[in-house]
Design a protein around this ligand. Structure first.
Ligand SMILES: C[S@@+](CC[C@H](N)C(=O)[O-])C[C@H]1O[C@@H](n2cnc3c(N)ncnc32)[C@H](O)[C@@H]1O
Length: 381
């Protein structure tokens, strides 16, 4: 059994916990910002390949307590790094410290890097090079009070980078946050789905991939492929199985629209490049003017907050009218609107039936649920 930790956007820990549990993980425990679990390497490969919610899968190589900085050097130096990866792999060390009295986090990062390099030099006369941009091996140091945890990142690039999407608009939502929102919304393949502010199409691509059983990691590489214990045939078997389980590309009940033509072009290019253009119906339209494509369904949107020139004034016009427009044209639907901006909520003139706190990085956001019925949605006084 190996110990792992999967960080994820705050607010999605419970969903990730149940996913890992379903994959057969042991000792699964959600904490703030992620889920600890244990399992074998098949599970690690599967979690990397299949998890839509995790940001990374970290292998915990050491957990200990320390008093002084030199204890950290010693704990790192003791480990057999050369048994885990080759000296030709480039490395990057990152440190996160909370509630601790260390003077400098950067100094800890240097200390850990030195300890790893010294250990390699003693073993084989050479040391790995540092590459802070695209390292082969990421070493994560996590310090909480006097506890030190060391992780080797088995994912490499963050898992929300699915390996295909190349084009973004101004404010794309992270793929794992979008996938989490679809889960909170209770969307399942077959339920009509509309993103009326689709931007670069993140919700549409996530939903189409879910419907066609396309694993989020099927088109990308992972850091575990560079670990010395990498089991190529096991990995190939998992990938072959995942590809065999994909459904053929087909028209789905998934709809996307956006006010701006350039956003539609970006969404269309991204869907084209992921091979999913035929799955989704796209249309350039103002959210105030669109009609519901079906009698009932789920609407998801990552609300604009005025990134474009002159957009702020437009939004001050848009939000007070949005509630009425939804009530007129979308009764029977449930809308899940995602925003970090409390001012938007005030402008909306529609009371949410549920508010779920979710974090976009460090930014606290809300996912607002509106069960749309024609007429008033204000709570009775
Ligand atoms: C925060 S972005 C959405 C990003 C998207 N979720 C993604 O991942 O790329 C908000 C989008 O709302 C669009 N928008 C702004 N006003 C609109 C309106 N009145 N009707 C429809 N779309 C609108 C903007 O063009 C922008 O693409």
């Amino acid at each position: 059994m190996t110990d792992f930790f999967a960080p994820c956007p705050r607010g999605l820990e419970k969903i990730l916990e149940s996913d890992l549990d379903a994959m057969g993980a042991k000792d699964v425990k959600a904490t703030e910002g992620g889920v600890a679990f244990s399992g074998d390497w098949t599970l690690c490969y599967r979690a990397n390949l299949e998890s839509r919610i995790a940001s990374r899968i970290l292998w915990r190589v050491k957990e200990t307590t320390f008093r002084a900085e030199q204890d950290i050097y010693k704990a790192v130096h003791e480990l057999s790094w050369h048994r885990w990866f080759d000296v030709s792999s480039t490395i990057k060390v990152s440190t996160t410290a909370i509630r601790c009295e260390l003077k400098s986090v950067d100094f800890v990062t240097l200390l850990v890097k030195d300890a790893v390099c010294d250990r390699f030099r003693e073993h084989c006369g050479e040391r790995p090079s540092v590459d802070t941009f695209a390292p082969d091996m990421r070493i994560n140091v996590f310090i909480e009070e006097d506890r030190l945890m060391l992780y080797l990142d088995t994912s490499g690039e963050a898992l929300f980078k699915r390996g295909i999407r190349l084009h973004t608009n101004i404010a794309p939502i992270r793929e794992n946050l979008a996938a989490g929102i679809l889960r909170i919304a209770g969307w399942k393949p077959g339920i009509p789905l509309l993103d009326p502010m689709c931007g670069s199409g993140t919700f549409l691509i996530e939903a189409a991939q879910i419907a066609l059983n396309i694993m989020p990691g099927i088109s990308r590489r992972f850091a575990f492929e560079k670990l010395l214990n990498f089991n190529q045939s096991l990995w190939q078997k998992l990938k072959d199985g995942a590809i065999a389980a994909q459904l053929p590309v087909q028209a789905l009940d998934i709809y996307g629209s956006d006010l701006y033509g350039d956003a539609m072009k970006t969404a269309s290019r991204n869907l084209q490049e992921t091979g999913l253009l035929d799955c989704v119906s796209l249309k350039q339209a103002n959210i105030l003017e669109i009609s519901a494509p079906r009698d009932s369904g789920i609407m998801v949107a990552n609300l604009p907050y005025g990134e474009r020139m002159g957009e702020l004034e437009e939004l001050e016009e848009l939000y007070p009218r949005l509630g009425d427009a939804l009530k007129k044209k979308f009764s029977g639907w449930t809308a899940y609107l995602f925003t970090a901006d409390k001012a938007i909520l005030k402008m909306m003139r529609l009371s949410p039936s549920k508010r779920t706190p979710l974090f976009n990085g460090a930014i606290e956001c809300r996912l607002l649920e509106y069960r749309i019925v024609s007429g008033s949605n204000r709570p009775s006084k």
